[in-house]
Design a binder for this molecule. Sequence first.
Ligand code: NAD
Length: 250
Amino acid sequence: PHSYSGKVALVTGGASGIGRATVERMLEDGDAVVAADLNAENGERLLSELSGPSREGRLIFVRTNVAEEADIAAAVTRAVDTFGRLDKLVNNAGLGGAFGPITEIDVDDWDYTFHVLVRGVYLGVKHGARAMIARGEGGAIVNVGSVAGLYGGGGPVAYSSAKAAVINFTRSVSLELAAHRIRVDAVCPGFIRTPLALGGGAGPDLSALQPWPDRGEPRDLADVIAFLCSDGSRFMTGTDIAVDGGLTAA
Ligand code: NAD
């Protein structure tokens, strides 16, 4: 088990929650993984907990602020320089962002929310797609949206608006990148037990409205993200998939 698949993945926000579960799943699949995250302490913890001998040096951590173009470009370069290519990109980094009534939200808080959630995804696609196009073998990109981007009541207004932008950015850019055999899809988590959600950062706990009896776990997202990055989804692009225990159907 765990022999090298020959595939290389970059996961932003890879040091916690959904991103960390995705890093673990891709290591299990045999991929080489670059985990990029703003939180260096959690990045070190990730390295010490996940770089076992069976992983044969297939995991590196790069401290990255996804809102900064130079950081994203450097993370992509690290992936290509270290492992020779980039096949899978997961734009997952996120935060709750600006809270409070619209009449009170500070413009800098609003902008920072959009910088991390929207500019971060755009920059990831810009630099990730460049590396994929340069190699000419296609690739798969998954952007993490939210059910909050599918309907109005799922989160604070800046967060919901930014996630809606991520979903339509995904559709729009998928058209352009299809000719390069780069697929771009979005996953839309419902309420998933991570530090962000449990701390109230992604909005109210809507699990009382969720029909499925189990609580959503990071691994539930990681498995769908891994599928969207695999050849099993080779005819899917521009989609948004809710992974929410039926919340959006309710
Ligand atoms: P989390 O807080 O466990 O993980 C988010 C990670 O992103 C953290 O490690 C954090 O350090 C990192 N991050 C934050 N800002 C960054 C930046 N500027 N640059 C690089 N890294 C940064 O939260 P999570 O729940 O795993 O969130 C992952 C994604 O899932 C987010 O995009 C979030 O909006 C989305 N999401 C989560 C839920 C949920 O219920 N947990 C629901 C819908 C959407």
